[in-house]
Design a protein around this ligand. Sequence first.
Ligand SMILES: Nc1ncnc2c1ncn2[C@@H]1O[C@H](COP(=O)(O)OP(=O)(O)O)[C@@H](O)[C@H]1O
Ligand SMILES: Cc1ncc(COP(=O)(O)O)c(N)n1
Length: 284
Amino acid sequence: MSTGGPPEAAGAKAPPPTALTIAGSDSGGGAGIQADLRTFFACGVHGMTAVTAVTVQNSLGVEDFTEIPSNVVTAQIRAVTGDMGADAAKTGMLATAEIITAVAKTLGDVGIGGDSDVPFVVDPVAASMHGDPLLREEALEAIRTELLPRATLVTPNLDEVRLLTGVEVTDAGSRHAAAEALLALGPRWVLVKGGHDSGPRCVDLLSDGTTHLELDGPRHDTPHTHGGGDTLASAVTAELAKGADVPTAVEEGKRFIERCVAEAYPLGGGIGPVSPFWRLAGED
Ligand SMILES: Nc1ncnc2c1ncn2[C@@H]1O[C@H](COP(=O)(O)OP(=O)(O)O)[C@@H](O)[C@H]1O
Ligand SMILES: Cc1ncc(COP(=O)(O)O)c(N)n1
């Protein structure tokens, strides 16, 4: 017979903070859901998932993908939030306009993002770093109009900035113009990532229209940055789940991804993954 509550062992520990990722599976384990769960674990957060698509992917690229029916995506979100709750959530690959519309509505229903006090990070994944599309073209408008107004933070790379706003980032001035154009779409904060820029530094710009923070770090000389964007967005989501404010969470996320890129390893014949393994050694 059910006791109507969770089973409790003597001396049971308090649960860690929880975070939900709504994203695609990467069979190669470098990006997507796999990178998100690895990062949540490394950051001390219990990860939960709503899988949106299954990609056939390795270090050489994405061969194919199949999206999950939108009612199954939203059922996953309802199942975990209704039972376990989520202290923060993020999206990655969402594949189709239908999934985006369903996810945006469900997040409203369960109280994630928007006016709620549960932070919501949108990583507007459009393509893999090999250039393989991960989002159907017509879905961009759904990201703009349905998802971004709910977002606490949106974290586009320079290609995604161009797709979402038409702004080509070439210097500090256009980086600020891009941030402004993105903020006009409704997120509270925007992080314009500079990994695809050239030059010896990787400069990411965080802005809410009032506070502007340039996060400036060394560019590590490695081709192995697969999963970098997912890892950064997940680390930020994990810090938000632990209660950090957005600037603190992003500063911590930038510190985390820099080290993960520095420790990235070759695997397969193409682009290897960024690595959080150093955290297993207890390094901070
Ligand atoms: N070679 C690199 N060295 C150090 N940091 C990097 C490097 N490449 C990307 N980054 C950082 O990793 C994060 C992801 O950036 P980016 O590559 O722009 O996004 P995405 O992986 O979504 O394409 C950003 O914080 C960026 O500054
Ligand atoms: C399932 C999935 N989600 C996201 C990415 C983007 O990651 P990257 O830009 O490193 O290819 C990916 N390749 N696959």
